[in-house]
Write a protein that binds this ligand. Structure first.
Ligand SMILES: *Cc1c(COP(=O)(O)O)cnc(C)c1O
Length: 392
C-alpha cells in the first residue's frame, strides 16, 4: 500500500483542491513549484540550519521511566514540547515561510486555534521581517490569552473570527476570505495537514522531520528503529502525520490517532471526526467531516482548542478508511487526568492536546517488552488556567 499523496492530490478517495476560481492561480503556482523549491540544496541548507540552531532540533526522545513503571511497558516521549515556541507547529511554519519568500510573497496570513500556529507564524515573520496577520476565533482568543499576547508582542495583527462556533474552522474561513481578496502579495501558511492540495503534502513533509529523527533515536536507544506503537493526538493531523510519516509503509508499526471526544462522543459536544464524520468538503479538500444530513458542518467541541476542528486532513481520512491507523478518542476528563498524572510522574506539563494521546495509555493493551512512542506535541504553559480550574 502507498499512503502518500498521488499526482492528482489524492490520498485514496480523499484530498483534491476544491477552491474558488479566485485562488486557482495561487494554488496552481504552489502545486507546480513546491517540490522543486523545497528540495533545492540552498533551501534545505537554510531550513536545516534554522531547525537546528533556532528551533533546537533534534527534539529529544525521552524514556519516561516512572510512566513506564506505572503502565508496565516501555514508554518514550518525543519531546516536540521543547521546540522554540513550545510545539511542533514551528517545523512547518519555518518551512512554509522559506517557501513563501522564494515565491516572492511579502504578506503572511494564518489561522490559529490554540494559538500555537499563530505564535509560530508570528515568530518566523519577525525573524524574516515579514508582515503577519493571524485569524483566531473569538472563543479561542479568550481561552488562549497568553498566546494572543505573545503574537502581539512579536508584531502580528490578531483578527477575531466572530462567526459560527468562533473557533478554528471559523478562523480558517476568515483566512481564506483574506487570501481571496489579496491573491498577489499574500501567502497563506496553513497550520495543519488540511486545505487544498498541495498543502496537506507540504505540511506533512515539513513535519516528517519528527519521524525521521525518531528512527535514528530509537535505533540508538533500543537497537530497533521500529516501535510497536506510535500514539499522537489528532486535530487537523499535522503532529500525527509528522510522527507517522516514515512509518506509513511499515505495517508492523501500529499507528494510533487520538481524537477529542469532548464531553462524550455522542454528547453533542465532541470533535471525534472518525466516528461522527462522513465524506464531505471542508477548506478546499474532500475528507471526513462532521456534518448533518444537509451537509452543514456540526460545530465541534473540545476542551483543547487545538483539537476543536470538525474534520481531519485527507491523509488521515485515508489511514482511517484503509485501517492503516487505529482511530480512538478520549474525553476532556480523561485528558485532564492524564495531564495531571504526567505532571506528577515525570515533571512535564503537557499541552492539553498532547494529554489526549497520553490518556490512551489507559486503554492500550501493551506487553511488558513493547516499545511505545507518544508524540508530546506541545507544552502546557498556554493551558495553565484550564489546569488550575480542574486541579483537585
Ligand atoms: C495545534 C496543535 C495540535 C493539533 O494539531 P495537529 O495538526 O493535529 O497536530 C496538537 N498539539 C499541539 C500542542 C498543538 O499546538
Amino acid at each position: 500500500m502507498n499512503y502518500q499523496v498521488n499526482k492528482k492530490g489524492y490520498y485514496g478517495n480523499y484530498g483534491g483542491a476544491f477552491i474558488p476560481e479566485m485562488l486557482y492561480q495561487n494554488v496552481e503556482e504552489l502545486r507546480e513549484k513546491y517540490l522543486e523549491i523545497i528540495y533545492e540544496e540552498s533551501f534545505q541548507n537554510e531550513l536545516n540550519t534554522l531547525l537546528n540552531d533556532y528551533v533546537g532540533r533534534p527534539s529529544p526522545l525521552y524514556y519516561a521511566k516512572r510512566l513506564s513503571e506505572h503502565y508496565k511497558s516501555n514508554i518514550y516521549l518525543k519531546r516536540e514540547d521543547l521546540n522554540h515556541t513550545g510545539a511542533h507547529k514551528i517545523n512547518n511554519t519555518l518551512g512554509q515561510i522559506l517557501l513563501a519568500k522564494r515565491l516572492g510573497k511579502t504578506r503572511i496570513i494564518a489561522e490559529t486555534g490554540a494559538g500555537q500556529h499563530g505564535v509560530a507564524t508570528a515568530t518566523v515573520c519577525a525573524l524574516m521581517g515579514l508582515q503577519c496577520i493571524v485569524y483566531m476565533g473569538e472563543v479561542d482568543i479568550e481561552r488562549q490569552a497568553p498566546n494572543v499576547a505573545r503574537m502581539k508582542l512579536l508584531g502580528a495583527t490578531v483578527i477575531p473570527a466572530k462567526s459560527g462556533s468562533k473557533t478554528l474552522k471559523d478562523a480558517t474561513n476568515e483566512a481564506i476570505r483574506d487570501w481571496i481578496n489579496n491573491p498577489v502579495d499574500t501567502y497563506y501558511i496553513i497550520g495543519s495537514v488540511v486545505g487544498p492540495h498541495p498543502y496537506p503534502d507540504i505540511v506533512a513533509r515539513f513535519q516528517s522531520i519528527i519521524s525521521k529523527e525518531l528512527k535514528s533515536q530509537l535505533l540508538i536507544k533500543t537497537g530497533n528503529e521500529n516501535p510497536n506503537y506510535i500514539i499522537a493526538c489528532l486535530g487537523g493531523g499535522s503532529n500525527a502525520a509528522g510522527i507517522f510519516y516514515h512509518y506509513l509503509e511499515d505495517e508492523k508499526v501500529n499507528l494510533i490517532a487520538i481524537e477529542a471526544a469532548g464531553k462524550g462522543i455522542h454528547s453533542g459536544y465532541s470533535a471525534a471526526t472518525s466516528v461522527l464524520g462522513k465524506p464531505g468538503i471542508i477548506h478546499g479538500s474532500k475528507t471526513l467531516l462532521m456534518q448533518n444530513e444537509d451537509g452543514q458542518i456540526i460545530e465541534p467541541y473540545s476542551i483543547s482548542a487545538g483539537l476543536d476542528y470538525p474534520g481531519v486532513g485527507p491523509l488521515h481520512a485515508n489511514l482511517f478508511e484503509t485501517k492503516r491507523a487505529l482511530f480512538a478518542s478520549v474525553t476532556d476528563k480523561e485528558a485532564l487526568d492524564a495531564a495531571f498524572l504526567i505532571c506528577n510522574l515525570e515533571g512535564i506539563i503537557p499541552a492539553l492536546e498532547s494529554a489526549h494521546a497520553l490518556a490512551y495509555l489507559e486503554y492500550l493493551k501493551a506487553k511488558e517488552n513493547d516499545v511505545i512512542v507518544i508524540n508530546l506535541s506541545g507544552r502546557g504553559d498556554k493551558d495553565l488556567a484550564t489546569y488550575l480550574k480542574f486541579m483537585k
